[in-house]
Design a protein around this ligand. Sequence first.
Ligand code: ZN
Length: 528
Amino acid sequence: MNDWVSELADRVIAESERRAPGKPVVCASGLSPSGPIHLGNLREVMTPHLVADEIRRRGRECVHLLSWDDYDRLRKVPAGVDPSWEEHIGKPYTSVPAPPGSPHANWAEHFKAPLIEALAELGVEYRGISQTEQYTGGAYREQILLAMRERSAIDGVLAEYRTKEKEPAGEYFPYRPYCSDCGRDLTRVTAYDDESTELAYTCACGFGETVRLAEHDSGKLVWKVDWPMRWAHEGVVFEPSGVDHHSPGSAWVVGGRLVGPVFGGEQPIGPMYAFVGITGMAKMSSSRGGVPTPSDALEIMEAPVLRWLYARRKPAQSFKIAFDQEIHRLYDEWDALGRKSERLPAEQAAYERAVGTASGPLPVTPRPLPYRTLASIVDVTTGDEEQQLRILRDMEVAALEEARPRLDRAQRWVETQLADDQRTHVLREPDAELLASLGEGEREALRLLGEGLDTHWSLDGLTTLVYGVPKTQAGLDPEAKATPELKAAQRAFFALIYRLLVGRDTGPRLPTLLLAVGADRVRKLTQA
Ligand SMILES: [Zn+2]
């Protein structure tokens, strides 16, 4: 394949061979389960995933580590959670109780769970690492002692980026214990002895003690030291990060200075990835505190489509994920790509990365009808499955299953994203007043429509019919090119049909609407 993923994979493989010949290639991501994991953060996982997947497609062993920063401190209680959770601020996420009503053991597990599910649906294979387990299990004990020994060198590097006001009082320590009494990190190291590894600390709660760091596993390295420590410990060769990580004095920059001298490792290849925005999110935002998650996206679009958004853009390009009407256009584009017999190399690569992984293809919808059509069907039938099946049968779909899961995604989209005033309500009874007011030309047009329905009963056929009626009336050939007069007549005719069927001047695309309403009911509502 020939695209940005492939180019990065070339570099990563070559670098891995140089650093650790014959060993599996190591790619890494890191996520903090501080609250709902934002859809925007999915790029942190998708970028290494795509590269790791390409490496596996080439038959090379590759590990994608997903580091859960669940040993970080709770900084603030997000909106929507009981304010009494503030007493847990300063504790690691794994020691904070899950929000009320959660089936999960703690805060971290609660917010990890939906993402774990979403990643499985997306076909992302990774090895999850709980930093709580790593730290409390003593996995980093040697590295912590090393960092403490090198504390003045670390402080020297940090000082280069430090502004005067932030100058710390007293000696610098790159390690912060969690208090043995209150469990929070409101602690200050007051003394440390390299020989004995005895460390004394006091806590804001009043507690204080001296521990032997060589056997004490309750505390962590500060972030800017923690990250390079892990690069070295895991032998990470590829780990992209967001633009916010790349400013002077940031963890990426400082980490790059520390990883060699302190930990004897190397900084990974780490392209910056640009921001991923969201458009729409009408109703979901109110129910979930304004945070769209990857699960929210997977409720309205299939996994291959979401994968495609990431695969087709280089990490440095920002893009938006559509929750609004734009998703219809996105799906049109996706379907057009699927039908294309000759794709450009980059298109082909993005397509293949979207529809499957090195492990095989992802589930697809057997009969992928246009998303906008499905959305209209759901809208018009208000979710009634019997009616949906009747319409789909007219489109030569034998069972709803054939249209799934895409149909379910479109249904969810209508339910959560389509505002009430945008919903379509088919009239129950004919608008007698409007019908009585029609002129002879309008009546004739509606008669031609009614007569043509049965012989044109398909999306394409009905398209031909509705555009054709004004042509017939003007005495034009069905193949005639549209003149401004003809276009005006067609617009007027369409508006008339909409008014008679749904009581407005506009609505879902007419052929879809007609299929959804059904021929008999269309005739009932439009015949004067
Ligand atoms: Zn304490």
